[in-house]
Design a binder for this molecule. Structure first.
Ligand SMILES: C[S@@+](CC[C@H](N)C(=O)[O-])C[C@H]1O[C@@H](n2cnc3c(N)ncnc32)[C@H](O)[C@@H]1O
Length: 269
């Protein structure tokens, strides 16, 4: 081999080595692990994690069991979904930010929970969450209100627990069934608020020879039974009514066409 050829080969090796080094450095830069930052922007709301103590209080309040399927809307780093999975429930997070989805999947893997804790990338306004029977969220009040019609169409009895923010306000508030502030609390985000999706009973019913007419606002009902005014409240499918000095409790059928108590049955007209 001539000296010239040897120099060419060795400089070629140097060039290839240098190119390799540049490529490695570039890859290292692009593969720098994603670091979430509290307050980072999100599609409709920034990311702020729910403190672990609040997550625990939310799942306690929902009375989460192993047979439940929980969905967390805007699941962030996965803390609620993974905690639910650790309690034996199946749980899924819907999160718009793909980096947060990857982070939550990594956290689930590290916790050994990948079988029960899953995450999907998407917009919670466009992703079907109706299969959940426990719904959790830490979103702004305006988002809660936009989601409210979809939530009210979920199966009656679905438990919905929010961190801190309510479902509407003033006259348009869906009144919570339970509310508890975690104490001590490491941040401001420490209030678990429970809602239970009510069955739909608005309309006209036949009860024996009487007509009962009900209007409904969230879980609260009012109307008339015969000529007597009546008020009531729903907890999922369970209904309690009072009027004319009497109390009636019963259950709404799954198809919403019948209500039945110990001494009374109402059928939709
Ligand atoms: C306040 S953080 C709550 C995170 C988590 N649920 C928790 O409690 O720790 C809200 C999350 O919703 C996500 N997000 C915002 N808008 C969204 C949308 N339209 N669809 C899905 N995720 C969204 C954000 O990226 C952020 O991770």
């Amino acid at each position: 081999m001539t000296k010239f050829a040897a120099r060419m080969i060795s400089s070629g090796v140097v060039i290839v080595a240098m190119a390799g080094a540049v490529l490695t450095a570039q890859t290292a830069t692009t593969q720098k692990p994603f670091e979430p930052k509290v307050g980072q922007s999100g599609k409709d709301v920034v990311w702020v994690p729910t403190p672990q103590a609040t997550v625990d209080a939310m799942l306690d309040m929902a009375k989460l069991t192993k047979s439940d399927f929980l969905i967390d809307l805007g699941s962030g780093d996965g803390i609620t979904v993974i905690t639910a999975a650790k309690r034996g429930a199946r749980a899924m997070g819907i999160e718009f930010n793909p980096d947060m989805v990857a982070l939550a999947q990594k956290n689930a893997k590290e916790a050994g929970m990948t079988e029960r804790a899953t995450f999907t990338q998407g917009d919670f306004f466009k992703t079907d969450f109706s299969k959940a029977n426990v719904l959790t969220m830490f979103l702004l009040p305006s988002l809660n209100e936009r989601l409210r019609p979809l939530i009210l169409d979920m199966k009656p009895g679905t438990r919905v627990v929010t961190n801190t923010f309510r479902m509407g306000s003033g006259d348009d508030e869906w009144k919570p069934t339970d509310e508890k502030r975690v104490d001590p609390c490491e941040s401001s985000w420490c209030t678990a608020i429970l809602y239970i999706v009510p069955a739909k009973v608005e309309g006209t019913w036949t009860v024996g020879s009487d007509t009962m007419t009900l209007t409904q606002k969230f879980q609260m009902v009012s109307g008339t039974w015969g000529n007597a005014p009546i008020t009531g409240e729903l907890t999922g499918y369970d209904i309690s009514l009072s009027g004319g000095g009497r109390q009636y409790t019963g259950r709404v059928s799954e198809d919403g066409k019948m209500m039945k108590g110990e001494n009374w049955t109402a059928t939709r007209k």
